[in-house]
Design a binder for this molecule. Sequence first.
Ligand code: ADP
Ligand code: MG
Length: 618
Amino acid sequence: MALLQISEPGMSTAPHQRQLAAGIDLGTTNSLIATVRSGQAETLSDLNGQHLLPSVIHYHADKAPVVGHDAYQYMANDSENTLSSVKRLLGRGKNDLKTLLGTLPYVFADTDSMVPRIKTVAGEVSAIEASAEILRVLKQRAEAILGDELSGVVITVPAYFDEAQRQATRDAAKLADLNVFRLLNEPTAAAVAYGLDKKEEGVIAVYDLGGGTFDISILRLNKGVFEVLATGGNSALGGDDFDHVIAEWVLAQAGLTHTDDKDLLRQLSVAARIAKEALSDSAEATLSLGNWQGVLDQATFQQLVEPLVKKTLKSCRRALRDAEISKNEIMDVVMVGGSTRMPYVRRRVGEFFERPPLIDIDPDRVVALGAAYQADVLAGNKPDGEMLLLDVIPLSLGIEMMGGLVEKVISRNTTIPVARAQEFTTYKDGQTAMSIHILQGERDTVETNRSLGKFILRGIPPLSAGVARIKVTFQVDADGLLNVSAEEASTGIKAQIEIKPSYGLTDNEIETMLRESMENAQGDMELRRLREVQVEADRVLEALDAAMQTDADALLDNIEKECLLEARQRLLEARQQDNHDVITNAMKALEKTAEFYVERRMNLSIKTAMSGHNVDEF
Ligand code: ADP
Ligand code: MG
């Protein structure tokens, strides 16, 4: 999804009515809340001065769940009741669980509900409810510090989150009693924090290495529009894996490679993380295990983590290829996530993109800070004319026409909210109903687009084909919700449908659809020409049949009739062949043969018209 800046007049309020707003980074490992004060975004800390809230929830049998640092300590000895990384489950159905199950220590409940529920001592909870606990703590923190209720928040989500995952995030916010102004893509938020949205144009790479995930996003900024060109990464590669290779090294050094002492391994992984983080500031770190004690220096560390760093760069290369962007077209590289504090990671990323990455803003906080700037604008705290980021629709929206063709009503990358209307007409004489089939995609035919929904407009007055005027309006609101309505002009009868246009479509699927549309553009154009001439042939055949039924006996002799029927038969046969020229020729031949008949009908119709009747001309 991409974003566009516009000014939204009338949204601003007087300075003394300043609305409290916040940006929230709801992370897999850590979550944060930030707000803008005196024009500057800052993250808000807890009473101990901690800004990061570990995304960990510990459930108790007889009291409210504990979130954050205090929940952390239960990860080891009460893992079933201590939920972490619930973001991985957000918006996921039971079917998605199979691939995730092995990685999660929880006991899932056997329910009929599509949403998986985890068994805890406090009852069954879903990822949405668990996320709501995190959001609730952040909300309380902000309101305690700011001294009033938040008017609304911007919550960030990964660029690849699909509609279900985004909806689940919104649901969690609703449970936490938060008003969500908007969800914002994490890489876009990071770019906003660096003020890159103020630049005219350019391509930006956002390298996000967190605790358990790696995401690379390639964004194009053009006159205030952020468009996601490609996303990539690895949902099972992050800081934890760096800890793991250090732990393995320690075990090997201590001669303990075959231990299965769980407590020992857990302690070791904590020690490994501490050593890794220390190595971001110091030349070496000391580690011990039982009687063994050793020193991990930078050279050894770099050698250990090299395969992991290489993997991230491979994803970067692939994302660039998907985006059809070469390295030297990248204007800025933004570093996000705690793991980009590692100097070695920074160096390798800089070498890869051939330019120093942006590291001035704390990589833990950069996403929350960008979201806070956005929330501040959306709350109306900026003077008139201040820029506001808006989404654009990722794929074109259109409706099905005769012959299985798609007519685009709103084209891709149009800023939302948007409303577009187009007039359509009936295809047959006396047609009283019209089926409106809504499609999403870039290609020309129904089969190659994604069907979003259908509805029928009934009660159209029975007029000749092409006379009725049906206005079809597509309206997409700021959240991407599509409403399609159809209205017949003379009677005002109306029908409508509401759809989520990107429901279930991942960015990858969107990309695939776009790529296919480009690859097939030539073929599609030919197919469109063929379908159009087939529709035209059908129309001619139907009109001829209707005319002959009314007055052939009166206006034609037997030989003339036979001639016409033969030409008709030839067109009918040609129609079956998928060849544009064959159909066109047969149609021309029929039109030629029918010329005298059309002439006679016109004379007749003039006569009837003069005597007060009206007959449709052929
Ligand atoms: P997420 O986006 O998954 O919530 P974060 O962006 O908060 O995760 O990153 C957490 C990871 O960052 C952890 O693996 C942590 O060890 C790592 N990290 C934090 N500080 C440092 C540091 N100074 N050096 C190296 N790694 C760090
Ligand atoms: Mg993160």
